[in-house]
Design a binder for this molecule. Structure first.
Ligand code: PEP
Ligand code: MG
Length: 588
């Protein structure tokens, strides 16, 4: 990974998060800070201030209803319901009366009156004991900002409200913000924060939006409307480039798209080595909407469906029926190919404001994933029922995330058994033999993989988390991104040991962390015996190409050699050279 270097005052280097080239105008995201001054209003102008307030409320309401309508059309009605809470704030008579009284009594401008009352409300809500009410703070803040914007006559566009194509530049983007981006409007993004395996970066790859993250100090130097080039292949940003630079990048963009197109020719071919060793190259998804991309890139099933995205950007929980519909859809689309449904991995950098998840000092090591599910079996069971009911429509498998010991696995299985029992009683059909596997992404699980392997049908190595926990490097912190190294010999030892232990126990071992999407590691992983690669859909053709270019024996020799190196630098240099000699230079 590169640290930021300034070759030229307009060139910035960050972390290449999602491949491709984008050229466009900047929309600074969430950068507005309003200064509101207190003004005295003459008696005869007071009715005008009140009218301005009422008009701002009406305008805000119209905006929210329009966003709801768009979300409903583009993402489904349930996603739109998050804005019901915003509408309720707008109808709060107490808040409205208080603002009007303040204008009348103190003869002040509406902006000032509103901000004072809003602050009072935010203060009260932030001190509430009730978690649910405390969470409403975010809604009040959001609506409050909109009303102020409308009072001041300023425009702020939401990610779904954009009318023209833009490149988003932001200090940070949450996975929920990113999930709201529309590919037709947001053609690229750049953030100061973030690492390559942050969920925002992963999502950008799934959505095929070129992105660079970890730029550290870009936002303060950028204005709305600036022209910017995003080179998601190298992790470079060029601000207000010269015409000649734009022309060069337009050519670069065409070259990239042609290359992608060429790779798509491999789409229908199996992932088989020259000596007939078959592996599976599947895809990772966050939303069922990605299925068309999965099929277009020739993925052999899904090695990871990140179901937690179903819980984001809404104010209620997904119902059993929603779970069922989503899983049935993926099961049917992928036909006989395996679809690994990971039970929800909420927490870490994926927050759900309406769930009872208090802020934690260290959320990546907090009550996330299976820990949350075991604490809230009611929520967990709803999802399991949805998966089981959908299991008769295809080849579904269940996978638990963040398992750190046998106790958690057994507890999760007990809950699963209870759900199965309930379905049997109601005579609701499901696949009695559905495979249950686990992610190996916590070092403790890797170390006791032999015990775990006896009780599961498969392992899937979650390198995104495994690397962060094994190397003690926060995966979303750009300041230490240079230490986040999949090629660290310790990481490779862990991977080798997980695969060996899995095979000794007779189960298959896959990998759904981002390392499985990186061509540089494909030969090594193949040689170590990995059975399944689950990559972002866009990376599937290239991983297939690497696998199809060598024999298993060659890959094993490469893996043996790699395991002898003591540094990531040696490993990277050697793996890159092998990739170049055996794959890239191969006559097609
Ligand atoms: C992983 O940790 O490698 C993984 C695939 O899960 P996530 O990225 O969703 O944490
Ligand atoms: Mg993980």
């Amino acid at each position: 990974m590169k640290n930021q270097k300034l070759h030229d005052k307009n060139i910035f280097e960050g972390i290449a998060a999602s491949p491709g080239i984008a050229i466009g105008r900047v929309l600074l995201w969430d950068s507005e800070e309003y200064t509101i001054s207190k003004q005295t209003v003459p008696e005869n102008k007071i009715p005008l201030e009140i009218t301005r307030f009422e008009e701002a409320l009406i305008k805000t309401r119209t905006e929210i209803l329009e966003i709801q309508r768009k979300i409903s059309v583009e993402m489904g009605r349930e996603h739109a319901e998050i804005f019901n809470a915003h509408l309720l704030v707008l109808e709060d008579r107490m808040l409205i009366e208080e603002v009007i009284n303040k204008i009348k009594k103190e003869r002040v401008n509406v902006e000032h009156a509103f901000v004072v009352v809003l602050r009072k409300y935010l203060n009260i809500f932030s001190k509430m004991d009730d978690e649910y009410l405390r969470e409403r703070l975010v809604d009040i803040q959001d609506v409050g900002k909109r009303i102020i914007r409308n009072l001041l006559g300023k425009q702020k566009q939401g990610l779904l409200e954009l009318n023209e194509k833009v490149i988003i530049v932001a200090a940070n983007l949450s996975p929920s913000d990113t999930a709201l981006m529309h590919k037709d409007k947001v053609v690229g993004f750049a953030t100061d924060m973030g690492g390559r395996t942050s969920h925002t970066a992963i999502l950008a790859r799934s959505m095929e939006i070129p992105a660079v993250v970890g730029l550290k100090t870009l936002t303060p130097l950028v204005k709305n409307g600036d022209v910017i080039v995003i080179d998601g292949n190298s992790g470079t940003i060029i601000l207000n480039p010269a015409k000649s630079v734009i022309v060069r990048y337009q050519k670069e963009k065409k070259k990239f798209l042609d290359l992608e197109k060429g790779l798509l020719r491999l789409k229908g071919l199996p992932a088989v080595t020259k000596d007939n060793h078959n592996v599976v190259v599947g895809a990772n998804i966050e939303f069922p909407e990605e299925l068309s991309s999965v099929l277009a890139h020739g993925a052999q099933g899904l090695g990871l469906y990140r179901t937690e995205y179903m819980y984001l950007n809404r104010s209620d929980l997904p119902t059993e029926e929603e779970h069922f519909q989503a899983y049935r859809k993926v099961a049917q689309s992928l036909k006989k190919d395996a679809v690994v449904i990971r039970t929800m991995d909420i927490g870490g950098d994926k927050f759900v404001s309406h769930l009872d998840i208090p802020n934690e000092m260290n959320p990546l090591m907090g009550r996330r994933a299976i820990r949350f599910c075991l604490a809230r079996p009611d929520i967990f069971k709803t999802q399991l029922r949805g998966i089981l009911r959908a299991s008769v429509y295809g080849n579904l498998k269940i996978m638990y995330p963040m398992i750190s010991g046998l106790g958690e696995l057994r507890q999760a299985n007990e809950i699963l058994e209870e759900v199965k029992q309930e379905l049997r009683k109601k005579k609701i059909p499901f696949n009695e033999n559905i495979d249950v596997g686990i992610m190996i992404e916590v070092p403790s699980a890797a170390l006791i993989a032999d015990f775990l392997a006896k009780e599961v049908a498969f392992f899937s190595i979650g390198t995104n988390d495994l690397i962060q926990y094994a190397l003690a490097v926060d995966r979303i912190n750009e300041k230490i991104a240079y230490l986040y190294e999949p090629a660290h010999p310790a990481v490779l030892r862990l991977i080798k040991s997980i695969i060996d232990v899995g095979h000794t126990a007779g189960i298959w071992v896959g990998m759904c962390g981002e390392m499985a999407s990186e061509p540089i590691f494909a030969l090594v992983l193949l040689g170590l015996g990995l059975d399944e690669f689950s990559a972002s859909a866009v990376a599937v053709p290239e991983i297939k190409k690497v696998i199809r270019s060598v024999t298993l024996v060659q890959a094993q020799q490469i893996a043996d050699r790699v395991m002898q190196f003591s540094s990531a630098t040696e490993i990277r240099e050697y793996a890159q050279a092998q990739l170049r000699d055996l794959v890239e230079n191969e006559k097609k």
